[in-house]
Design a protein. Structure first.
Length: 135
């Protein structure tokens, strides 16, 4: 099936925050927002583990990703800048990749689970990271 032009335009999907303990930070936000806390498996405790909170009535999710050597932001002190990256869902990764690079993004890394699922990491024109995800 040939991709449609809309398949290359990302839709806002998930905000992902790096942290030392994804389950603990997810629990905080679940309570703060009164969102359901998902089951957290042992993989969340491993390096690179993650927990995702889905908005109960649809919309943008919040992810929490375990990062090695996480250093908390010191904002407004500029010693350690604010830290987050954005995930965008796409229907056609190849078209979306070409579009992103054409707009000035730099491709940094790919993690393709299969032809039907994975993500690619990019830097925007000033260096902020974001992912194009498909599943």
């Amino acid at each position: 099936m040939a991709p449609t032009p809309d398949d290359a335009v990302p839709t806002f999907d998930t905000v992902v925050l790096d942290c030392a303990d994804p389950a603990a930070l997810a629990q905080f936000y679940a309570r703060l927002l009164d969102w359901p806390m998902p089951e957290v498996g042992p993989e969340a405790l491993e390096e690179g583990g993650a927990v995702t909170l889905d908005a109960p009535h649809g919309g943008t999710s919040i992810g929490f990703h375990r990062a090695a050597g996480f250093v908390a932001p010191t904002w407004p002190d500029p010693q350690v800048q604010q830290q987050l990256h954005l995930d965008f869902h796409v229907g056609d990764i190849e078209s979306a990749h070409e579009r992103a690079v054409g707009l000035g993004a730099r491709h940094l890394h790919s993690h393709e689970h299969s032809a039907d699922a994975g993500y690619r990491v990019y830097a925007d024109p000033v260096g902020h990271p974001f992912c194009l995800c498909w599943w």
